[in-house]
Design a protein around this ligand. Sequence first.
Ligand code: ATP
Length: 270
Amino acid sequence: SRAQAMEVTESPDVEYADIGGIDEQIREVREAVEDPLENPEQFETVGVEPPSGVLLHGPPGTGKTMLAKAVANESDATFIKMAGSELVRKFIGEGSRLVRDLFELAAEREPAVIFIDEIDAVASKRTDSKTSGDAEVQRTMMQLLSEMDGFDERGEIRIIAATNRFDMLDEAILRPGRFDRLIEVPEPDAEGRERILEIHTQEMNVADDVDVSEVATDLEGYSGADIASVATEAGMFAIRDGRTEVVQSDFERAREKLKDVEGADDQVIH
Ligand code: ATP
């Protein structure tokens, strides 16, 4: 049913300040999503159409979902999330039905931000119509495109999609009037990692001599999601040792522990 396939939140509890290391991407998303929702008359006066759809692309765990939630929250819009994989695991006709429901629900709850995660599941160029399953996926994608073609860019519904597999996308979805604003969300650099670590240790009782910058330097190759796990794990080590403060070596142990997970991750063929 609708309720199972979609996640609807009136005001997601994510703010721009919770997102580290991607300030430029936050600026771009605000311009494409928040500004048209809050100042539609400005676009009208200047005579430009806001982007139809925003596509966030980049590696897993870099903050794409957070960014979509934050912009919905900060624009006072309802956040409606649907996973691309939900759209393909259905009976014949059900994918396009869900797409129609998605836009209908957004119209009922506007202002709204529609977020389609894993858009590649329905919009991959590998899909060809030779097999019936693929034909069904194709129909779902056509339905999505027709919904997008049909809606008013100056209206109260904004659409954001995300993917970890940009190279696999069918170009049809990137044409003007569709997902025509591409925003890359990269893995964080050293400064970004430090900021993310600060955010995730904000509420923790961290010893004064912990060098966050040094910890961040050592976390090269770790995504935002990985860094969040390192912070939590470090806290767990302190608890296990019966300490009330998290010390530098807790972070090192946490990093070591999660490094193995990292290594395993790299083996996965995407
Ligand atoms: P995926 O592609 O796997 O869906 P994503 O890019 O959407 O990943 P999020 O779901 O936004 O990533 O991030 C997962 C979690 O990782 C967040 O809830 C947060 O705790 C942490 N995180 C990721 N990126 C950042 C960031 N830039 N700043 C702060 N925390 C982050």
